[in-house]
Every structure is written in structure tokens, then in C-alpha cells.
Design a protein around this ligand. Structure first.
Ligand code: PAF
Length: 284
């Protein structure tokens, strides 16, 4: 049975007991509405620690004023059922008042530079909201390991940097993107897609796969790889917010001729959903 905690005190007591029994703790931070992509994170966490806690918290701090906070999909009982099925030890599902008593916290954690590129250009406060809540979750749960999806590569790179800069001493594990059979990356926001949007959205993974194949065949020119992705998206009638080829750790633009691994990251609005996707090139 999966235990569900709504208060910080309860989850901390449970973590304390796990540690007293000699256990290790993995945290999987989520905003709920769990799909196969999240479940892959939980399975990875189960391989890495004796006790797994999944946090479910739709964090207001990471939504911009015009974004979908109010309508963000929420399904706590369905999420708990899915997690019980996997044998997850515990869920931490605090309310907004528990996480931000008396209003949004005055203290913010910002990873400068990296938070302002890619998605940060159009969502200028988003990553500060993410790093602030993730830092809070890390302090509350004090896990040995925390698991995140590679779909949001920028988020993962920023959290790794925060953990390094602020000496959290937590092992950050990234899990590869889980895709539908059509290639579409699993996302809670796929719920906003109509049938027609879904078929257009297949162009995202098709575009990235095309670039990956070109890379495998020896193409190393950054702009050629980028154009290859742009062209496939435009052919599908999509106008991306960005397509960038960046260094995996720093998110700085890759050199004109790639010398090492790179990430092609993109964001595209398809119907009512803003979708992100990426491919990692040259990873050993
Ligand atoms: O990736 C997410 O679901 C969120 O950004 C996270 C990491 C749970 C922080 O709210």
C-alpha cells in the first residue's frame, strides 16, 4: 500500500524511520497527472533506493501569469492508484498553503544564465519557480537520489547545476524520454491535443530523428542539423518557438562544427499545447 502524506512533518517522520531502518531514499518530483513517462522515473528510483517517495505538487511559482495553472490537469486519486500498482512506498502531496504558508516564498533560488535560454526566453520566471520548489523538496525529503525526465533537458541541466553549486549532495538521475508509438513524447500536456493536433505533433520526433540520423551519417554542421529539424516542422505547418543546438551541460550554443555531444532542443505550440522535445547527439 502506498502511504499518502499531505504535511511536511509526516513525510519527514517517514523518511526518518526509513533511515533508522538503514534504508535509502529516492525522490521523484512531479506535478501529478502521471503518465508512462513518470512511471519510468519511479521504476528507475526503485532500482536506486529502498524507499521511493513521489511528490505531487502543482507549483504555482513556475507558472507565468498567462499560463495554465488553473486548468493544469489534476488527478490525485488516479495518481495514487497508478503508484500503488508499481509498489511505490509513499506519495507526498502537499497543498499550496503547506509549501508556501502565507503566500509565495520571498526567497528564490535562481540558476543564472541557464534559466534564461531556450524555454527561459518566453518563460522568464519558470525555472526560478522550478529550482525554488525543487530546493524546498530536497530540504524537506533529504533524499539520496532524485530522478527527473530527460524530456525537459533544460530543467535537468539546471537542477544538476543547482545541486553542484549549492552542495546538496544528492545524486541526480536523468531518465530517457518515453514516447508513444507515434513518436510523440509523453507529456501531461498531450491531453490538450485534438486528434488533428496529435497527428501534426508527430513531426516533432520525426524532425529530431531526421537530425539524429544525419548526425550518425557524419553531419556535424550545427546549422545544417538545425535546418533539417526546422524544415520538417515547417513542412508539417508548425512554427517553432525555438530549435537550438546546445552543449548538454551548460546549454550554451554548440560550436559551428560539433566537436562533442550536443542536444537539439525545441519548443512548438501545437493547438492548445506548448510541446517540448529533444534529442541527444553523440552520447556514449
Ligand atoms: O517537471 C516537473 O514536473 C516540475 O517542473 C517539477 C520538477 C516537479 C517541479 O515542480
Amino acid at each position: 500500500m502506498t502511504l499518502v502524506f499531505h504535511s511536511i512533518a509526516e513525510v519527514q517522520q517517514w523518511v526518518g524511520e526509513a533511515r533508522n531502518q538503514g534504508g535509502t531514499v529516492a525522490l521523484v518530483p512531479t506535478m501529478g497527472s502521471l503518465h508512462e513517462g513518470h512511471l519510468a522515473l519511479v521504476r528507475e528510483a526503485q532500482q536506486r533506493a529502498s524507499h521511493v517517495v513521489v511528490s505531487i505538487f502543482v507549483n504555482p511559482l513556475q507558472f507565468g501569469p498567462a499560463e495554465d495553472l488553473k486548468n493544469y490537469p489534476r488527478d490525485l486519486s488516479g495518481d495514487v492508484a497508478r503508484l500503488s500498482h508499481l509498489g511505490t512506498s509513499a506519495v507526498f502531496a502537499p497543498g499550496v498553503e503547506e509549501m508556501y504558508p502565507g503566500g509565495p516564498s520571498a526567497t528564490r533560488v535562481t540558476v543564472e544564465g541557464m534559466s534564461g535560454v531556450l524555454c527561459g526566453r518566453t518563460r522568464p520566471t519558470h525555472f526560478q519557480g522550478v529550482t525554488t520548489v525543487v530546493a524546498k523538496l530536497f530540504h524537506i525529503v533529504r533524499p539520496d537520489v532524485a530522478v527527473f525526465g530527460e524530456k525537459d533537458w533544460q530543467q535537468l541541466a539546471i537542477i544538476r547545476r543547482m545541486v553542484r553549486d549549492l552542495n546538496f549532495g544528492i545524486d541526480i538521475v536523468g531518465v530517457p524520454i518515453v514516447r508513444e508509438s507515434s513518436g510523440l513524447a509523453r507529456s501531461s500536456r498531450n491531453q490538450y491535443l485534438t486528434a488533428e493536433d496529435r497527428s501534426r505533433a508527430q513531426a516533432l520526433s520525426r524532425a529530431l530523428e531526421g537530425a539524429r540520423v544525419a548526425y550518425l551519417e557524419g553531419e556535424r554542421r550545427r546549422e545544417v542539423l538545425r535546418s533539417c529539424v526546422l524544415q520538417t516542422l515547417r513542412d508539417a505547418g508548425l512554427n517553432p518557438e525555438y530549435v537550438e543546438v546546445v552543449e548538454p551541460e551548460t546549454l550554451e550554443q554548440s560550436p559551428e562544427a560539433l566537436r562533442g555531444p550536443a542536444v537539439i532542443a525545441l519548443a512548438v505550440r501545437v493547438g492548445a499545447a506548448r510541446l517540448i522535445d529533444n534529442v541527444i547527439l553523440g552520447r556514449s
